[in-house]
Design a protein around this ligand. Structure first.
Ligand code: ZN
Ligand code: ZN
Length: 309
């Protein structure tokens, strides 16, 4: 028996549908149409990701514990590293996109990483303004050799992760990708490790979260140990005065007041709500003076090859 669901046409059709796009072989298991007419109507939206690739990443906030903070998400292969930056900001709770950041592929070392670990970067990916100023987050720990550095605004994920990507051999010198570290806030030094978990057909033109654990920390709480102090203040019977004093501060910084719960587990269904990502993206982009004109809906104009059921 064919699966069926509400017709996915953007026109708001309320029929049930059993027809799927055969061009992408039904990559999105939730997209069905009731008729060729509805598929045609939906095409300007569906073609944004139809038959394109998505990459799966597993993110871990290094040093986080009880619980370890993780996010697993699929991202369009045509996203830039700038958009990956926004995705991490969004996925973490969200972070408020108010501090410096950078990406780096780092050769593995036997030592566990900590603030004073020597960096062994093989590729840095930074915003254009950092590219010009050459700010290093930890100048006292310079790399032993010059590191190739790229601007995040123009570098596509596929430039690194596609089999033919121009930087693939840099990021995967022995055939396997080195871990990608996203460093956020050059004071608190939040290190997010991003592990590439493979590619598949895209199901959307936006990030889709498939798993998440651990509430994202509040801004400016001084790294994973400071975040543990905040949590202890909220629930540990042995909390110190310092830890208890962090409670009202954290409620205020979170923007949620008394509704703030540092033990609330993230809900991927909510994170994937239609429009929620776009709302956050728009505010991030506006804050950094970027053009948001094409954020909603496809651009008019060029059409490509026809589609079929
Ligand atoms: Zn329909
Ligand atoms: Zn399709």
């Amino acid at each position: 028996m064919a699966s069926q669901a509400m017709c996915s046409s953007f026109s708001g059709c309320s029929n049930t549908g059993t027809l799927r796009c055969t061009r992408c072989k039904g990559a999105d298991p939730e997209t069905f149409y009731c008729s060729p007419a509805c598929q045609r109507q939906d095409w300007p939206f569906h073609r944004e990701y139809c038959r394109k690739q998505a990459y799966t990443f597993e993110l871990t906030l290094l040093g986080s514990s009880d619980p370890v903070i993780t996010r697993v998400f699929d991202l369009p292969a045509w996203f830039t590293f700038r958009q990956l930056h926004y995705t991490v900001q969004y996925g973490m709770g969200p972070w408020q996109c108010c501090h410096l950041h950078e990406f780096s592929f780092q050769a593995e070392s036997d030592n566990s990483r900590n603030f004073l670990s020597p960096r062994n970067d093989v590729l840095r990916i930074v915003p254009a303004d950092l590219l010009e100023e050459d700010i290093m987050p930890m100048p006292e720990m310079p790399s032993s050799r010059p590191v190739r550095t790229e601007g995040e605004e123009n570098l596509l994920l596929s430039d690194v992760y596609d089999p033919a990507g121009r930087l693939r051999s840099v990021a995967a010198p022995n055939g396997e990708f080195l871990p990608l570290i996203y460093l956020y806030d050059f004071g608190d030094n939040w290190e997010h490790k991003l592990v590439f978990r493979g590619s598949k057909l895209a199901r959307a033109a936006r990030p889709l979260f498939t798993a998440a654990s651990g509430c994202g920390p509040v801004e400016d709480c001084h790294g994973p140990l400071g975040w543990n102090d905040v949590k202890a203040g909220f629930r540990s019977p042995n909390a110190t005065t310092h830890q208890r004093n962090l409670v009202p501060w954290a409620k205020a910084v979170s923007g949620l007041g008394d509704r703030f719960d540092p033990f609330a587990e993230p809900d991927v269904k909510v994170m994937n709500y239609e429009g929620r990502w776009e709302n956050h993206l728009e505010s991030y982009m506006e804050a950094s003076g970027e053009d948001t004109a094409h954020l909603y809906g496809p651009e008019e104009g060029e059409d490509d090859e026809p589609f079929t059921f």
